[in-house]
Each structure stands twice: as structure tokens, then as C-alpha cells.
Write a protein that binds this ligand. Sequence first.
Ligand SMILES: Nc1ncnc2c1ncn2[C@@H]1O[C@H](COP(=O)(O)OP(=O)(O)OP(=O)(O)O)[C@@H](O)[C@H]1O
Ligand SMILES: [Mg+2]
Length: 353
Amino acid sequence: MIEIKNLNKTFKTEVGTVEALKNINFTVEDGEIYGIIGMSGAGKSTLVRCINMIEKPTSGEVRIDDVDLTKLQDWQLRNIRRDVTMIFQSFNLLMQKNVRDNIELPLKFAGVNKKKSRKTVNELLELVGLGDKASAYPAQLSGGQRQRVAIARALATNPKVLLCDEATSALDPKTTGQILELIRDINKKLGITVVIITHQMSVVQSICDKVAIIDHGEIVERGKVSEIFANPKSEAAKRLVFPERQEAIVASESSETIEVLFNESETTHAPLITSLAQDKGICASIIYASTKSVEGKAFGRIVLEVPNDPKIVDDAVKYLSAAHGVTVTVGSSKYRDDKKPIENNDIGGDANV
Ligand SMILES: Nc1ncnc2c1ncn2[C@@H]1O[C@H](COP(=O)(O)OP(=O)(O)OP(=O)(O)O)[C@@H](O)[C@H]1O
Ligand SMILES: [Mg+2]
């Protein structure tokens, strides 16, 4: 089990201090695939580097199986880094060494004898599907194959935890899917706990059990992936789950917006809006609608525009709130803290992939 308690990290630079992590708390159970998602600069890499102590936290605890890593000496941390290994966006392979030698490297450092390490490398090559590439050099491999080598190297010391920092961000969607499938396979077969750092909601959606959303160095929301999708509460979570919303919603001054989240697969929005008109005489315009499927359940969000009359708003909210599996919020969609359009490569931009 990984327990992060009251973790803070401050960088001192020539131009001042950067509070990269502020009072971070979360727990990853053994065997879980845990996602940490946030925008560029949110503190994701700093956080994951604190988990294996490449970066020393300013304060707080990083407990793995009840051992607080912040209290350990450097020589003890070297052993820990065999139990907690990492893969990166840029693969970090040694270009002048072939696939076999890259995978063998951590075994060499650990003093494993040649015969045993050869056997381990052969098994790892099979596990990651590179049985025929042992003598190839990284320059002769595709991005997906390079990441497979990096995964095999990370598994060489038989770790308990695999940390992945944007491990699929340099790959095309199909290769991303294959690498995520491999990570899920490894998690199931070897029982390794996986922490995945990403800016892509699609990665969290397809592989993670739980997720923490990090924004400006703080965890603003965390929980089961299906629950966050069903009912995102923080502005950052809403931005991730419904990335289109910022561009889509423009309500006029004389109107009010009502946001309706559907978190039960049986409920669909069309009959509800029709019955609001029939039963209450309130004609709401749909100014935004989106649905998506997570773990086989349908989730959706619509934003309605109604006249800015307190009685109408109140009546509509009461009526909509009474429906099964629906969460209703007034006005929140109208006020946005960031009106910039989302760039293609930016957070959540591929949430529907
Ligand atoms: N060594 C350092 N010295 C000073 N500031 C740093 C250092 N490392 C990170 N930071 C700052 O800490 C903040 C968090 O950076 P971090 O790399 O963790 O973000 P990130 O979420 O991984 O972003 P990205 O998605 O772009 O990789 C940023 O403001 C960054 O400038
Ligand atoms: Mg990063």
C-alpha cells in the first residue's frame, strides 16, 4: 500500500519559491491502477518523483508498506528503487546498448549472476512481446516497442510498484491502447501496483480503478473513476470529464443556466426536458449536451438555459432534482474561470477517444 500524507514540495529558485505540491494526501491499495491527472505544470511529475524519492519532499510522509521513505538513508533508498520502478514519456533507453543489455542493466546493478539475469531477460522479452528483438538497438524500434523495452527494464527487479509518467503521451492512439493493455496485463498477472501520471482523461478512463485530480499543486478531487465521471464536483474535474464545455456554453445575461448531470444509465435527458415543458410549462433550451460511457454505464451532462426568473429557476430545479439519478446545479456553468479554448494537445482534449 502507498500512503501519501500531508506531502509538500517547494522549489527555491533565483526568482522565488515554487510551491509545486501542497498538502497532498491519498492512498493506493495493493494491486490497484491509480491515475493522477492534471494540466501541464500541475505538479504530476514532481509528485511521482517524490513517490520513489528521486525528489525529496519538503515535508510529509511517503509510506510504502508502512515504511516512511522520507526517513530512509540513501543506501536504503537505492534498494527501494528496485521495488518502485518508473517508465517515462521519453523511454530513457541507452541508445548504444541493444534491447537485451538495456533490460539487463538493473539486474547488473543489483549484482544478479549472468545465468539468472539471462533467464529473467528472456522471460521479460516474452512478457512484453519482444522475443525477436533482443539484439536490436533502440534506434531500430518503433515508439511502442521502445516503451515495451522500458517496461521490461522496469520489471527486471521484480518491483511492487510501477510508476508511469506520461508513458503513452508520445504514442499514437492505437499504440497507446496496446501499451495500456500491456500495463493492465502486467498488473493482473504479476499483481504489481501501478500509478499512472497523465494529462489524458482517455488513459484514466480505459485503465485506472481510481483517480486523483491535481490542480496547481493540490489534489482537488479523488475517488473511483466511475464516481468522478458520474458526478465531477470540482471545476478541474468538470473540465476533464467534459472538456468541450468551456467553448460550448454561452448563456445570455437575461437567462440562467442549469447544469444537469445524469449518473444513472436508465435516465436519458430528452424525456425529462420534454416533461419539464409539459408538466411545468417551462421551456428550457439545451445549450450543451454530452454523454459518455465508463465501465459500461452511460453518463451525461446537459446545460439548460431558462429565463432568469427566480420562480422559474426554482421550479425547474425542484422538478429536475426529483428525477432519479440526476444532480442539478444552478449557474455554475455560466461562470468560467478560464475562457481560453482548449488546445488539441492539452488536458482532456482527447477525452472522447
Ligand atoms: N527542479 C525544479 N526547480 C524549480 N521548479 C520546478 C522544478 N521542477 C518542477 N518545478 C515547478 O513545479 C511545478 C510542477 O512541475 P511538474 O513538472 O511537476 O508539472 P507536471 O504536472 O508534471 O507538468 P507536465 O504535464 O508539463 O509534465 C511547475 O511550476 C514547475 O515549473
Ligand atoms: Mg510532467
